[in-house]
Design a protein around this ligand. Structure first.
Ligand code: SF4
Ligand code: SF4
Length: 67
């Protein structure tokens, strides 16, 4: 089983991770973080494969993957 964590305060809401995830598990949330951006969040965590593409593409190193 895999899981990810997203540092919402570090995220700049660029959306690259939402494109990278083949499972389409990542979306931008409606809330605003301390930097004024809408951070990414994950849906359906049980479907995460742990592929880590989201973490690799994130320019702000906001995503950590655990397998
Ligand atoms: S680790 Fe892979 S499957 Fe899981 S959220 Fe990131 S891109 Fe999607
Ligand atoms: S790629 Fe990183 S900075 Fe961009 S939305 Fe995803 S978590 Fe946020």
């Amino acid at each position: 089983m895999a899981m990810i964590t997203i540092d919402e305060q570090r995220c700049k809401g660029c959306g690259l991770c939402t494109i990278a995830c083949a499972q389409k598990l990542l979306v931008l949330s409606d809330k605003i973080n301390n930097q004024g951006y809408t951070p990414a969040r994950i849906n359906a965590t049980d479907r995460c494969t742990g592929c880590a593409l989201c973490a690799e593409i994130c320019p702000d190193v906001a995503i950590a993957v655990f397998r």
